[in-house]
Design a protein around this ligand. Structure first.
Ligand code: ATP
Ligand code: PRP
Length: 219
């Protein structure tokens, strides 16, 4: 697309739902609902603004390489991806949850996580998990999973998991308990650094509109 156009990378599901009011505040209305469409490029009420629908974990990659001018990604995804080529001007305070360590109920985590001990950790977030346990002086074998982390301790794949917790319902339904808080998570606006300069006149009012919503909701 030309310098007068904008491409916005979003993921389906909770981020898309929670982004709609932000887009509306910036006067942007998607032409279709991604949940009901197989289309990956969705137009908007502006001829020069389009949405691309990607996996949540792929948003930073599209923005980093300039295939999208900006996008919205969870802090979890951004920590794992690293910040190369990305400007992160705004915490949107959406998709809020916590990165936690969780274990089977009854597992003696305090004893098992003494400095110098060794734990098997199943997670979708190997860098976050490795850094957390390194700081505690605990050795870990990281088992990378792509979803349903809660299953791992139940079937003996791991001693603990590092995963996101919001309501706690998933842990409860699987007889697990959170034993350590690692970091609070919410979603951020991520902007391609070059686009921020070359398309400043287009991007800046959108950032301002998003910031207005965040401020109003926090008030
Ligand atoms: P992918 O499709 O790439 O595997 P995903 O299935 O994790 O990603 P979503 O479940 O839509 O994608 O999560 C998108 C973002 O929402 C996450 O990166 C995280 O920041 C946040 N998130 C995940 N789970 C929750 C939750 N239970 N409550 C609130 N926010 C959450
Ligand atoms: C996320 C996370 C937990 C769950 C926590 O999974 O991985 O499993 O939400 O939320 P809760 O504390 O409110 O139960 P998600 O719903 O994204 O499913 P996924 O396995 O497809 O990532």
């Amino acid at each position: 697309m030309s310098d007068q156009s904008l491409t916005i990378a979003l993921s389906k599901g909770r981020i898309f739902e929670e982004t709609l009011p932000l887009l509306a505040a910036a006067g942007i209305v998607p032409a279709e609902e991604p949940e009901k469409s197989r289309k990956l490029i969705i137009g908007t009420n502006h001829d020069n603004i389009r949405l691309v629908i990607v996996r949540a974990t792929d948003v930073p990659t599209y923005v980093q390489y300039g295939a999208a001018d900006f996008g919205i990604a969870g802090k979890d995804v951004l920590i794992e991806h690293g910040g190369d080529g990305l400007y992160q001007p705004l915490d949107l305070q959406i998709a809020q949850c916590r990165m936690m360590v969780a274990v089977r109920k009854g597992f003696d985590y305090a004893a098992a996580s003494q400095p110098g001990s060794r734990l098997r950790i199943a997670t979708k977030y190997p860098d976050i998990a490795a850094e957390h346990f390194a700081a505690k002086g605990v050795h870990v074998d990281i088992i990378k999973l792509y979803g349903s982390m809660e299953l791992a301790p139940l079937v003996g794949l791991s001693d603990a998991i590092v995963d996101l917790v919001s309501t706690g319902n998933t842990l409860k339904a699987n007889d697990l308990e959170a034993v350590e808080h690692i970091v609070d998570i919410s979603s951020r606006l991520v902007v391609n650094k070059a686009a921020l300069k070359t398309k400043h006149a287009l991007i800046e009012p959108i950032i301002r509109a998003f910031a207005g919503v965040v401020q109003a909701e926090g008030a």
